[in-house]
Design a protein around this ligand. Structure first.
Ligand code: PEP
Ligand code: MN
Length: 340
């Protein structure tokens, strides 16, 4: 079973073209990755029944690898170096630690602009804010929709800060993409295959949150859906899973997932300690732990007046707390060699 063709460092363009032609002759799509050291060519599709020898004998081929996993484009075997996602000057992944902050929901222009300014001044590199909110109860505030998106656009323009917001359905992707620098897929939609396929086809990074009931393998397979469509820019986000103790914490933040995912994939791994714990007093300790475990970024809920928030106020920091938070995490980031 041939999944990945590793070209030798002396392979010529003709050798590479030849391999690509061969892969296509089997009816597969090609995923081409030119790394610093070597060129890797992946076969996209069900490769069972494709013998390694077909490729091994071609000139310029150094090795043929089969991946006995349900995901391959996401795997470290496929791409040994970390994927770095660039949004303007912002770099996500590698030795960068990216802090995203903002309210759970966009509630008004004044609320979002105020939050944007304060979190940016404290060092957040990206603004979050939900316009389309998936709520557990159908009677809860479910976001300002397109009006919220326009407010997000205004905050982005005014403070020149990139923004992330959730997209709930395939039909909304095109509209949300006009404003969002990263499309967020929430925990409830991790298994929404049509949505994964849709964002796989667009040119916009995606932050995929782990479903609260998903194993790490399922999380990686859903990531693969996006990569298979051609979108190579996916950020994985651990946001807490359901276990048996929901008395003290909203979810169980699975920090084991961070080093596991860092080992298994080349993609940036983020942690959301706000939803992961559901408690503002746990955000700082769990963020420090997440950074120590190797997280590439954090997504934190911040509200100018958490007690008045229309959603998730109990787990939101106020701007002063967020400013302290940024100071507190700095030495931890430094200790693990990450740039804030
Ligand atoms: C959110 O980040 O606004 C959110 C709804 O998170 P999750 O999908 O992890 O519950
Ligand atoms: Mn929230």
């Amino acid at each position: 079973m041939a999944d990945i063709i590793i070209m030798s460092s002396t392979a010529t363009k003709k050798d590479i073209d030849n391999v690509i032609k061969k892969i296509k002759s089997f009816g597969f799509d090609v995923n081409y990755s030119e790394g610093a050291e070597k060129t890797i060519i992946g076969l996209i599709g069900d490769t069972r029944g494709v013998p390694d020898e077909v490729f091994k004998i071609l000139p310029g081929v150094s090795n043929v690898i089969s991946i006995l996993k349900e995901y391959k484009l996401a795997s470290r075997e496929f791409r040994p170096e970390d994927t770095i996602i660039k949004i303007g000057d912002l770099k996500i992944g590698g030795d960068n630690l990216t802090i995203i902050a903002g309210p759970c929901s966009i509630e008004s222009e004044q609320q979002l602009l105020k939050t944007a300014k304060l979190v940016q001044n404290s060092g957040a590199k990206m603004l979050r804010g939900g316009a389309f909110k998936p709520r557990t109860s159908p009677y809860s505030f479910d976001g300002l929709g397109f009006e919220g998106l326009q407010i997000l656009r205004e905050a982005k323009r005014k403070y020149n800060i990139p923004v992330i917001t959730e997209v709930l359905s395939p039909e909304e992707v095109d509209g949300v993409m006009e404003v969002a620098d990263i499309l967020q897929i929430g925990t409830r939609n991790m298994f929404n295959y049509r949505l994964l396929q849709k964002v796989g086809k667009v040119k916009k990074p995606v932050l995929l949150k782990r479903a609260f009931s998903a194993t790490i393998s399922e999380f990686l397979s859903c990531t693969e859906y996006i990569l298979k469509g051609g979108n190579k820019e996916v950020i994985l986000c651990e946001r807490g899973i359901r276990t048996f103790d929901s008395h003290f914490t909203r979810n169980t933040l699975d920090l084991c997932a961070v080093p596991v995912l860092k080992k298994e994939t080349h993609l940036p791994v983020f942690v959301d300690p706000s939803h992961g714990t559901g408690r503002r007093d746990l955000i700082l300790p769990m963020s420090k732990a997440a950074i120590a475990a190797g997280a590439d970024g954090l997504i934190i809920e911040v509200h100018p007046q958490p007690e008045m928030a229309l959603s998730d106020g109990f787990q939101s920091l106020n701007p002063e707390m967020f400013a302290d938070f940024m100071k507190e995490i700095e030495p931890v980031a430094k200790a693990v060699g990450k740039k804030l």
